[in-house]
Design a binder for this molecule. Structure first.
Ligand SMILES: *[C@@H]1O[C@H](CO)[C@@H](O)[C@H](O)[C@H]1NC(C)=O
Ligand SMILES: *[C@@H]1O[C@H](CO)[C@@H](O)[C@H](O)[C@H]1NC(C)=O
Ligand SMILES: *[C@@H]1O[C@H](CO)[C@@H](O)[C@H](O)[C@H]1NC(C)=O
Ligand SMILES: *[C@@H]1O[C@H](CO)[C@@H](O)[C@H](O)[C@H]1NC(C)=O
Length: 255
């Protein structure tokens, strides 16, 4: 009996201890500093060599690449072009910055999205131009209902342009120049009534333009469809009244 009790106490003590240990591990800071520094670290940026990029002795809001709200509490922007960020975005890093409104990682060597990237639903401006993405663009892009500017140019995105673009009603600028998109232009895009500038040039878009394309974009000023395999004719564009810049290179373009 006494021995049993001793064993129980011993087990209970061990249990409490290991539980305590776990709690300590979980108490890794869930701060913006932590998520952003993990992002840089895992993508090959050493803070002791690049303290101008991030320095854990200082709050993230004072880092050169970070922009915070007016109270200097919440990270709303990350602008980190041309730093040599390499590989896929790791989970549990920038995908956790729930209030992020602008993200500019242009001119790095990023190859893929993290799975939690698609919870950045406050994003207004996303610039991933000139990286090394060679994946399909997931339909989750439709999560970004606040998006105003999307620049994925100069990558190797493949496959379909997702129909979920229908959710991006506030999108103004869409640049997909120089990728390998290989699909029809989805009907969903005709829901993006705010578009002012569209560049789909140098891909493998093919087939006919979706129904209603000619009346879908009342604010359109610039449209570039060059170097694709799209069927169409000049009259498809006669209704774009504001169009200042227009370049097409249709297969079977005619009168
Ligand atoms: C970062 O750079 C410092 C100084 O050069 C070096 O001592 C350290 O090992 C590096 N850390 C990593 C993770 O590469
Ligand atoms: C980080 O910032 C602190 C405080 O300004 C500074 O003392 C330290 O030298 C910085 N770290 C690096 C690696 O520059
Ligand atoms: C993305 O960044 C590149 C390089 O700075 C810039 O030329 C381009 O205009 C940006 N795209 C948007 C939509 O702002
Ligand atoms: C795209 O793929 C081609 C062929 O593999 C390669 O030459 C080019 O550098 C790639 N471009 C980018 C931006 O990754």
């Amino acid at each position: 009996m006494g021995f049993g009790l001793l064993v129980s106490i011993l087990i209970l003590t061990l249990f409490l201890k290991s539980n305590h240990g776990q709690q300590q591990e979980q108490s890794i800071p869930n701060s913006d500093e932590f998520f952003i520094s993990q992002f840089f670290e895992k993508m090959g940026i050493n803070s002791s060599k690049s303290s101008h990029v991030y320095n854990l002795s200082l709050s993230a809001c004072s880092w050169q690449v970070v922009f915070c709200d007016s109270e200097q509490k919440t990270v709303i922007g990350l602008v980190a072009p041309n730093l040599g960020l390499t590989g896929p975005m790791p989970d549990n890093t920038i995908g956790k910055l729930k209030k992020l409104q602008f993200l500019d990682l242009n001119s790095n060597q990023i190859t893929d999205f993290s799975s939690d990237f698609w919870s950045l639903i406050s994003l207004k401006n996303l610039n991933l131009s000139n990286n090394k993405f060679s994946v399909d663009l997931p339909t989750n892009i439709g999560n970004f209902g606040s998006l105003e500017k999307l620049d994925l140019s100069f990558n190797n995105f493949t496959g379909n342009l997702p129909d979920s673009f229908s959710s991006l009603a506030g999108l103004q600028v869409l640049n997909l120049n120089r990728n390998r998109f290989n699909s029809v232009i989805p009907l969903g895009i005709t829901n993006c009534h705010s578009l002012t500038s569209v560049d789909l040039s140098m891909n493998s878009f093919h087939g006919s333009l979706p129904r209603g394309f000619d009346t879908a974009f009342p604010k359109l000023k610039s449209l570039n469809l060059a170097a694709n395999l799209i069927n169409g004719r000049g009259s498809d564009f006669s209704k774009f009244e504001l169009l200042e810049y227009f370049q097409e290179s249709f297969q079977g373009f005619c009168c």
